[in-house]
Design a binder for this molecule. Structure first.
Ligand code: F6R
Length: 367
């Protein structure tokens, strides 16, 4: 049942190229220049009337929402707000019939996310669910469903569901951009082409994982570490940190790279590992400054970037890993993969039950 893998989590990490392809299949027209969503009830008129978007989810699904909402805001120029579902109702969010509420849930059964959906409905919003389980409570209650086609996810730590949620968000963002005319046909084709290369790029990353495994074994001897990044790298840092905590039980914090000096820098001491995501070229120089801040306090820094920046980064970091080249907005669909492997191998090195971490359940049906 684990298809030759030692754990479901590793199997599911390796299933990601297929999950990306399956989630894209049938949603891109034959010419590769347009996204189509035959399953949506959302009319073009309705799409044009939306004036704000709320993205609501828990845990890893929330982290996918951070990336997805950033993509939508950039592609469509509609303001996007993000909430963890357990907080949403209690801040009296401003929901109107012109609000599109997107709930994200692998299982479709998360109690807080379902309650957020009901709150959105009570205020007249249209609710779109991005879920991996089409017969779930959330799918049933939502006005529209985009199914992620990741296949069943068994490991408690979510991997292929997260990355399929990213794909679903990118597709939906492009679809909104088409309808609202906020991106040209050329821009849309260009992004679609880059998306279609993602599965092969993930395959390439999964071919040789020895270096990340060795690094995971190294950090498994530590009890504290940091992830830093800017822009979507920060969103991926949050996900990398959650994954590591969840299954390795190593304490880590994810910080927006520029925010460290507002207090957290005090925790950087000699030898502490810092994982710096540096995939966003426009932000690279600033991220490097933040890397230097932690290096100066004795941190041992691993950077994740693209091949062409590795040699210059190595002047300021101890180790660097390269991810394949894609468009800046799409990097999370690649950069999260080494972080999933890092969490997996660190958990394994510590002798933990990788697929069933302590205190956690796959589906959280209590608030
Ligand atoms: C972490 C993880 C959780 C879930 C969260 C929401 O690896 O899996 O953080 O993402 O409990 O679950 P769903 O997506 O089923 O609503």
């Amino acid at each position: 049942e684990k298809g030759g893998f030692d754990h479901f989590m590793l199997k599911e990490i390796y299933e990601q190229p297929k999950a990306y392809r399956d989630t894209m299949r049938g949603r891109i027209d034959e010419s590769g220049s347009k996204v189509i969503f035959p399953e949506l009830n959302l009319t073009e008129e309705k799409i044009r009337s939306i004036n704000n978007i709320h993205i609501v989810a828990c845990g890893t699904a929330y982290h996918a929402g951070l990336v997805g909402g950033t993509a939508i805001e950039r592609l469509v120029r509609i303001p996007v707000a993000f909430d963890v579902a357990s907080e949403y109702r209690y801040r009296s969010p401003l929901i109107t019939p012109e609000t599109l509420v997107i709930v994200v849930s692998q299982s479709g059964e998360t109690a807080d996310t379902l309650a957020a959906l009901r709150e959105a409905h009570a205020n007249g919003a249209h609710v779109l669910a991005i879920t991996n389980v089409v017969g779930s409570s959330i799918a049933r209650d939502a006005d529209d469903v985009i199914a992620t086609l990741a296949g069943p996810e068994i490991a408690v730590a979510s991997t292929k569901a997260y990355t399929s949620q990213l794909i679903a968000f990118y597709l939906f963002g492009l679809y909104l951009a088409e309808v609202r005319g906020t991106q040209t046909a050329e821009e849309i084709s260009h992004i679609i082409a880059a998306m279609q290369s993602l599965p092969e790029q993930v395959e390439a990353m999964l071919e040789n994982t020895d270096a990340i495994k060795a690094y995971a074994e190294h950090i498994s001897n530590h009890n504290n570490l940091f992830f830093i990044g800017r822009g979507v790298d920060y969103a991926v840092a949050l996900e990398g940190s959650l994954k590591l905590k969840e299954i390795s039980y190593i304490h880590s914090e994810a910080y927006a790279a520029g925010e460290l000096k507002h207090g957290t820098l005090a925790l950087i001491e000699d030898g502490i590992p810092v994982i710096a995501l540096a995939t966003q070229e426009a932000l690279l120089e600033k991220t490097v400054s933040n890397i230097k801040e932690v290096k100066a306090r004795g941190a041992e820094v691993m950077a994740l970037s693209h091949e062409e920046h590795v040699s210059s980064l190595l002047k300021s970091v101890d180790q660097a890993f390269a991810i394949p080249k894609t468009l800046p907005l799409l990097t999370p669909a690649l950069s999260v993969v080494p972080l999933q492997l890092l969490a997996y191998y660190a958990s394994l090195a510590r002798g933990n039950d990788v697929d069933k971490p302590r205190n956690l359940a796959k589906s959280v049906t209590v608030e």
